[in-house]
Design a protein around this ligand. Structure first.
Ligand code: XMP
Length: 328
């Protein structure tokens, strides 16, 4: 099929389904899928689409500013940005167990979304009736494995909360304009809709954000800021080297371990950070990316020179399996 025709059909379908008085809501994650889904719906019904973007305090360096500018200046979406850093971080205080972190973040997100929907109802004097989700074809297959495929969900490795994760008592009809498409088709569709290429090519980022990249309590000291600085240096260096598009995902991890080092002529007892970069087709299996050693040398010294409290950098050379992509 031609993607342009798919787009025309999707816009028509949304137009037919959503009545002239209906309002639609959408939670934007900052990722490609929800952005393209929202842009399609916006083409169909304009500002009767109301989006929300939640800053959970677990985003990367200047991420909120970057995505909000794409949503508003480039795509003209109507987006409310909720600064919920304190809400999330107070709930995460002292939590070290990875699944517990995911559950707390998922629950808090639902509660914020619920508040958003109620506030919107007050403002409009009527309930929103539809919800847009950026569900892709592989998400549908994964959450509902075809009979006889041998795939079941009895053994959860990590609880991702992208599919079906919204309040059960919220009586909203779903609009899923991408549910027959694969990721590369969604990127192409985004291009047709003038979503900036830099945005469409962004590496995937997990819903629980930096919480699954800090081992242990994310609220301790300034671990999140340190991680943001390291991650930014690493990813910017990858972009400058012209290899960003050859990598599926690249990021930094904060293992929360101190090691002994020597900086200047001082003994230090500071943190080690880990870098991870992988190639993959779909995130289900992955290989570590084989950087030029000179690149690693450059990034390592830049991090130790510029980020306070870090005296050692390690590179993760594990595939998936046996590791997962994220450390938690
Ligand atoms: P793992 O760590 O499971 O990651 O090998 C595979 C891909 O999924 C992303 N990931 C998540 N995405 N919520 C998400 O939306 C999550 O809880 C989550 N955990 C992992 C990960 O970044 C990689 O792309």
């Amino acid at each position: 099929w031609e993607l342009k025709d798919v787009l025309i059909d999707e816009i028509k379908t949304v137009n037919n389904e959503v009545g002239p008085e209906d309002h639609v809501i959408c939670a934007l994650s900052g990722g490609v899928d929800s952005t393209v889904a929202a842009t399609i719906v916006h083409e169909a019904i304009g500002d009767r689409l109301h989006c929300v973007f939640v800053d959970n305090g677990l985003l990367r360096f200047q991420e909120k500013e970057h995505v909000m500018s794409t949503f508003q200046a480039d795509l003209h979406l109507s987006v409310t940005c909720v600064d919920a850093t304190d809400r999330f971080l107070s709930k995460l205080k002292g939590v070290v167990e990875p699944e517990m972190k995911r559950k707390i973040i998922g629950k808090e997100f639902i509660s914020i979304f619920d508040d958003f929907a109620h506030e919107l109802e007050q403002k409009l004097g009527r309930k929103p009736t539809f919800l847009v989700q950026g569900t892709l074809y592989p998400d549908v297959i994964e959450s509902c494995p075809p009979p006889g495929s041998g795939r079941t969900h009895s053994h959860t490795i990590k609880s991702h909360h992208n599919v079906g994760g919204l309040p059960k008592d919220m009586k909203l009809k779903l609009i899923e304009p991408l549910k027959l498409l694969f990721k590369d088709e969604v990127r192409e569709l985004g291009g047709i809709l003038h979503v900036p290429q830099g945005f469409l090519k962004r590496h995937p980022f997990p819903g629980p954000g930096l919480a699954v990249r800090v081992i242990g309590d994310v609220t301790e000291g300034n671990v999140l800021d340190t991680l943001r600085q390291v991650d930014h240096i690493f990813v910017e260096a990858i972009k400058q080297a012209g290899i960003y598009d050859s990598i599926w995902q690249a990021f930094a991890v904060f293992p929360n371990i101190r090691t002994v080092g020597v900086q200047g002529d001082q003994r230090t007892h500071s943190h080690v950070v880990a870098l991870r970069a992988i190639t993959s087709e779909d995130g289900m299996t992955a290989d570590w990316y084989n950087f030029d050693p000179k690149f690693l040398q450059y990034v390592s010294s830049k991090i130790c020179n510029e980020v306070q409290g870090v005296n050692r950098v390690v590179y993760d050379i594990t595939s998936k399996p046996p590791s997962t992509v994220e450390w938690e």
